[in-house]
Design a protein around this ligand. Structure first.
Ligand code: ZN
Length: 162
């Protein structure tokens, strides 16, 4: 079966940066499952896997615009600690969901805490990075009606409720 829209695909993958450092990998874990055509993975990788099949190995370099986006300096801002009322501790690396002006949810990361000044960054941690994926296709199957309705694959466990 070939990878295409509405297929559930299992992949083993290793993601490295330009320096060859491993950013993420499925090695030692279960393969990653995703629903093709549903924006579950970055566009550049999804495109590279289109038409591939079980056993295929894919090496692809994904530019930031087809990955996690360019790094946008305007997404970094300094806010007052008051914004985080109810939080006992604020630490660099903490992530929050914020709402953008157009009502979209966006993950922001605390990158600096200086007294009452808290610097937050709305860029994805891998924004601006060129992504080097080495992928092996483990399995391709049709998505179930449930998976298509949810927009993501379901694993083997039956306790999936949402
Ligand atoms: Zn679901």
């Amino acid at each position: 079966m070939l990878i295409g829209t509405d297929k559930v695909v299992s992949i083993d993958y290793t993601l490295t940066d330009d320096a060859g450092d491993v950013l993420d990998t499925s090695a030692g874990e279960a393969p990653l499952l995703y629903l093709h055509g549903a924006d579950n993975i970055v566009p550049g990788l999804e495109r590279a896997l289109d038409g591939k099949t079980t056993g295929d190995e894919v090496d692809v370099v994904v530019e930031p615009e087809d990955g996690y986006g360019e790094y946008v300096a305007e997404l970094v801002s300094v806010v007052n600690r008051d914004m985080f009322e109810g939080m006992d501790e604020l630490e660099v690396g903490m992530e929050f969901e914020a709402e953008t002006p157009d009502g979209e949810g966006q993950i922001v990361t605390v990158v600096e805490v200086d007294g009452d000044d808290v610097t937050i960054d709305g860029n994805h941690p891998l924004a601006g990075e060129r992504l080097h994926f080495r992928v092996t296709v483990v399995d391709v199957r049709d998505a179930t009606a449930d998976e298509l309705a949810h927009g993501h694959p379901h694993g083997d466990d039956d306790d999936h409720e949402h």
